[in-house]
Design a protein around this ligand. Sequence first.
Ligand code: ACO
Ligand code: ZN
Length: 226
Amino acid sequence: KQDDDQLIIDAGQKQFGATTCSSCGMVYSADNPEDNFQHNQFHQRFLDSIKFVGWKKERVVAEFWDGKILLVMPDDPKYATKKAEDVRRVADNELGFQQVTLSRPTQAKTYLFINTERMVVGCLVAEPIRQAYRVLEQPDRHKDMTKDDFMERHRAWCCSTVPEQALCGVSRIWVFSLARRQSIATRMLDTVRSTFMYGSHLTKEEIAFSDPTPDGKLFATKYCNT
Ligand code: ACO
Ligand code: ZN
């Protein structure tokens, strides 16, 4: 009897098609051989990439009940920069970025959020920028914004008394799909603001996001208005 029930449940899941793997978060169709293959290919590689074994030296920049944030600098030991790169590659893959190069690799700071299960569930790459070449805007405003509007916004930005080097560009921000909406991105960004520049706390306006995705825009808009 119990076996019958089990069979029915399995069949039901298969009919609905899409399954979300509870470990890697991939959404795939279990009854599709091609999808299954893709998932198998992805699963272990992904989990290996975000696995965190612990390091001899960890630059812990924030601690929480559900995890901690580590900062990785370009000159750090290979084990650290390698992990930062692996996770960045995972993020890039999901973001559809083709190239893994950063605009200023020698100055990029990578923030990794490690959860209590020793997985890197968040990654943020911050780089110093000369100018905020992109201003945060309301979603959907872009298209009907006149040139004057644009200049107005741009001018306000350019005329700020903020020193050039105080500006920080977020070129990547990524949170593991199964760990989203738990303020991990918010906490990473708060940590960037207090640690990116030695001795100064950056305001939300001093942070710029490059090429935000729809998710990124929703998050950034919320973050900057609160
Ligand atoms: N839809 C609507 N609102 C959102 C979303 C969303 N997808 N994501 C965040 N928000 C808003 C919410 O108001 C949220 O607060 P709430 O959960 O109390 O409602 C608030 O932002 C804070 O969200 P966090 O929990 O801090 O954000 P999270 O840890 O989930 O990470 C992120 C957000 C990084 C955008 C994540 O969804 C992600 O990794 N997406 C895929 C990768 C991506 O698109 N990254 C941005 C690329 S842009 C760039 O890298 C410069
Ligand atoms: Zn999986």
